[in-house]
Design a protein around this ligand. Structure first.
Ligand code: 3PG
Length: 307
């Protein structure tokens, strides 16, 4: 029997798991569930007889892929697929997909929610600031960037975006000003929200030069991946500028050092929280299950990322 493994260290909401099970079993497949596992070996073992795998940030590395001899497809229920070894998958003829857009609103709501939280001094009772009238630079205008712009406009923020892969027209039709360079974005916006993927070009690319270009009262918001921000730069900018605030969905590796020296100027989620809503779990989980069915039944490769 065709087996679909759902492997999630950070489980989906129960309603999403129920929905995935309905889709998988409705297609006549068997569903296996591996949640909150502590060792990668548990994932490797569970994957060994799977035809299809649904994951979140779980590491679908070469060992998982090479040990899964029936495997045909991996779907990352979410946007970023930096946790999948694409080379190993392609070499084995395994299709890899993501579910673009399905959890984007949840991530965007968290970005704005954390901005309000920090602007209001973490709700500690003192006078804070408003977002209204502030300039927000959206670094990469994909699915999350679009939702961020829509919500930020509701707050009365002035939105700017830089994305070399999206035309100026496509950005400006949303009432967002497209800028021509990353430098132009950072030098004009007090708030910057990161929505770039983590890859060889972007890892460590948010450096001191860029952060120092931000106007007074700078707040950098990272709901993308911690790896895109250069941590040596981050520590230096924190030390050089007492107006700099960093908000990140998942703590940087240097969190303890920052916490010790820069109290009140950062907020880090204890766990990656961006896509942690029932709605996002249901949207992304069900999309993943349906994409697997469509691929296994009809060879549909929409959303394949290792073409
Ligand atoms: C994504 O890339 O879709 C988000 O970072 C969410 O990741 P998660 O599913 O591991 O929470």
């Amino acid at each position: 029997m065709t087996k679909v493994l759902v492997a999630t260290v950070k489980p989906f909401a129960p309603a999403a798991v129920d929905g995935i099970r309905k889709v998988v079993e409705g297609a006549g497949y068997e569903m296996a569930l591996l949640e909150k596992y502590e060792n990668q070996q548990d994932f490797i073992d569970a994957a060994s007889d799977a035809d299809a795998i649904i994951i979140r940030s779980d590491k679908a590395n070469a060992e998982v892929i090479s040990g899964a001899n029936k495997l045909k497809i991996i779907v990352r229920a979410g946007a970023g697929y930096d946790n999948v070894d694409l080379e190993a998958a392609t070499a084995k003829g395994v299709v890899v997909m993501n579910t673009p857009g399905q959890n984007s609103n949840a991530v965007a709501e968290l970005a704005l929610g954390m901005m309000v939280f920090m602007a209001r001094n973490r709700f500690n009772g003192t006078s804070g600031r408003e977002l209204k009238g502030k300039k927000l630079g959206i670094h990469a205008y994909g699915n999350v960037g679009r939702y961020v712009a829509a919500i930020a406009k509701g707050f009365g923020m002035e939105c700017y975006a830089f994305d070399p892969f999206i035309s100026k027209e496509n950005i400006e039709k949303d009432g967002v000003t497209a800028v021509d360079s990353v430098e132009a974005l950072y030098s004009s916006c007090q708030y910057i929200s990161l929505h770039i993927p983590a890859n060889e070009q972007t890892k460590g690319s948010i450096n001191a030069d860029l952060m120092n270009m931000m106007p007074k009262g700078a707040t950098l918001v990272n709901t993308a991946r911690k790896e895109v921000v250069c941590e040596d730069s981050l520590k230096k900018v924190f030390a050089d500028r007492d107006d700099f605030v960093y908000i990140s969905d998942i703590a940087p590796d240097c969190a303890a050092e920052i916490a010790e020296k820069f109290e009140g100027r950062f907020f880090f989620t204890p766990k990656k929280m961006g896509a942690q809503t029932s709605e996002a779990n249901i949207n992304a989980g069900l999309a993943a299950a349906k994409q697997i069915n469509a691929f296994l039944e009809n060879g549909d490769t929409t959303c394949q990322v290792n073409k």
